[in-house]
Design a protein around this ligand. Structure first.
Ligand code: SF4
Ligand code: F3S
Length: 104
């Protein structure tokens, strides 16, 4: 599976949702997640993210992100259409430790 990681938080560019063939992105207040059981591993979303926030779970230390994506994809509504990024997107793109700072 692919997963959404830290740098989506407070950005939500949403370019990813437009290209997903199976509509497996889910939207929370300040980040998106991918449902790991619905993702077909096509990889097309990864290069679309301006924040480089989408990663394959084959990279090292992705276990926590897979669990994060699984947990919230079961709680949040699906998102299938691109919308405006968050107002903080450009300013906070690349900020370290977004999960601790901005996600609650
Ligand atoms: Fe959707 Fe493909 Fe990205 Fe998985 S890898 S979330 S199926 S676009
Ligand atoms: Fe987030 Fe990147 Fe999609 S910032 S909303 S994963 S395009």
């Amino acid at each position: 599976t692919y997963v959404v990681t830290d740098n989506c938080i407070m950005c939500k560019y949403t370019d990813c949702v437009e290209v997903c063939p199976v509509d497996c992105f889910y939207e929370g207040e300040n980040t998106l997640v991918i449902h790991p059981d619905e993702c077909i591993d096509c990889g097309v979303c990864e290069p679309e993210c301006p924040a480089d926030a989408i990663r394959p779970d084959t990279e090292p230390n992705m276990e926590d992100w897979v669990e994060f994506n699984r947990k919230y994809s079961e709680l949040w509504p699906v998102i299938t259409q691109k919308k405006d990024p968050m107002p903080t997107a450009a300013e906070l793109d690349g900020t370290e430790g977004k999960l601790e700072k901005y996600f609650s």
